[in-house]
Design a binder for this molecule. Structure first.
Ligand code: NIG
Ligand code: FE
Length: 423
């Protein structure tokens, strides 16, 4: 091959591919399909897509005539796909550190919410914030995530709860998507809470009659991109019927269904998601056996959020039961003012220790399966030819160090590469 290519990463001590074998997810408990090549290389073409992966000698022979814009010698280091964070709320103003103190003193999440704090506190501050300030704080948060290895991240709106602020948040997310290297999947979450002074019926009506129609106009005019629709389906928030009608209306607009369910109470959210063909449901601390079965059959991914269960001292999500039942298990940081975590390596660590996942299971959940939850696993989540050249070079000779070490990932993640560019 004599042409020019964007990037060669060669001689990796361990090259972790995560072979999906044509499937768009991995479900086998234990995840034997990670495919680790000892002494491997990757080539990313000038279009930013992976052109070749394999043993270093094979790639060297194949590309002996080629030139590369950049070459990284990964001797003694590990290479793996960029991490995918399937659930975040990164656009907001207002600091809630005082609520952490309240929760440490014994208040529950819903105690704080009912007292007008929690999401309501953030909504007040976000409604008042200038788009430029929201974009600046969002960019800083995404940069932190990227430094910890995240290359594709889902970003929700949901601190507006009325048309103007929800649109403002989605526009800020869209601006970040256009201008930052990190890949973004954008989620409309206007049903994140019932606005103060409104009933569930009134809030649902506003979403169906005001917010979604405006969103449809903006999306079809081509000046706003939104990928997913989300609802917080919970007692005291949106009940099952209002959740169903909002999600169905979003699906009718072409959005992927990806919502909060069965977090604090069993709501039959999992069954609802399976019925509606949801791509993913997040949280699921209170999912039932029937819900697990329904999700496995419908191929609805479970996005588990170890930080939330940890901070709120909730029961741990039933990762093992889900894996045994064949559910597609993904992970997310749930970054938000309640769970202030930008690091998917920490999320994987918590998933292993608290949810009893193995390290290969956690890695699959934070790459290919998280990409599946965002409808992006045909292009992201593994190092396979034709997928995006999004990868990490780790300053360690065994990839498991990314999960084993609790914190300090700035040292471990030597390079973050997105579409073949070091970022
Ligand atoms: O996923 N559960 C609802 N939403 C968020 C919390 C948002 C907030 O407290 O601001 C979550 O944990
Ligand atoms: Fe959330």
């Amino acid at each position: 091959m004599s042409s020019s290519h964007r990037l060669l990463v060669e001689n990796a001590r361990q090259l972790v591919l995560i072979c999906s074998g044509g499937e768009k997810y991995l479900t086998e408990p234990g995840m034997k399909n990670l495919c680790v090549i000892e002494n491997g290389s990757v080539v990313v073409g000038s279009d930013g897509l992976i052109e070749a992966v394999g043993p270093a000698e094979t790639i060297r022979a194949q590309y002996s005539e080629a030139t590369f814009e950049k070459v990284i010698d990964a001797s003694g280091m590990c290479v793996m796909p960029g991490l995918v964070d399937a659930h975040t709320h990164p656009v907001w103003a207002g600091d809630r550190v005082h609520e952490f103190a309240m929760k440490l003193a014994g208040a529950t999440y819903m105690d704080v919410h009912r007292a007008g704090g929690g999401i309501h506190f953030t909504v007040e501050h976000t409604q008042a914030a200038a788009p430029s300030d929201l974009l600046a704080s969002l960019s800083g948060r995404l940069a932190r995530m990227q430094r910890a290895g995240t290359t594709l991240v889902e970003c929700k709106s949901g601190y507006g709860l009325e048309l103007q602020t929800e649109l403002k948040m989605l526009e800020v997310i869209d601006e970040a998507r256009r201008t930052l290297p990190i890949n973004i999947s954008s989620t409309y979450c206007g049903a994140h809470a019932v606005p103060k002074g409104k009933t569930v019926a009134e809030a649902t009506e506003d979403i169906l009659q005001v917010q979604l129609p405006r969103l449809r106009e903006r999306m079809s005019a081509g000046n706003l991109r939104v990928d997913n629709i989300d609802v917080f389906c919970e007692q005291g928030v949106f009940d099952l019927d209002s959740t169903r009608s909002i999600l169905q209306a979003g699906k009718d607009l072409g959005l992927n269904i990806n919502f909060h369910g069965d977090e604090l109470h069993p709501m039959n959210s999992a069954q609802l998601g399976a019925e509606l063909g949801a791509l993913a449901i997040s949280h699921l601390e209170e999912v039932t056996d029937e819900g697990i079965k329904a999700m496995a059959e419908a191929k609805t991914a479970a996005v588990l959020l170890p930080t939330t269960a940890y901070i709120l001292r909730l029961p741990q999500p039933r990762a093992r039961d889900m894996l045994d039942a064949g559910v597609i298990v993904a992970l997310g940081s749930d970054f938000n003012p309640n769970a202030y975590c930008c690091s998917m390596p920490i999320v994987m660590h918590l998933a292993c220790v608290n949810m009893r996942m193995s390290m290969p299971e956690a890695l699959a959940a934070a790459t290919i399966n998280a990409a599946y939850a965002l409808g992006r696993s045909h292009t992201h989540g593994s190092l396979e030819v034709y997928k995006h050249g999004d990868l990490l070079v780790l300053n360690t000779s065994r990839w498991e160090h990314l999960i084993y070490q609790l914190g300090g990932h700035q040292e471990l993640v030597r390079y973050v590469v997105i579409k073949g560019n070091v970022v």
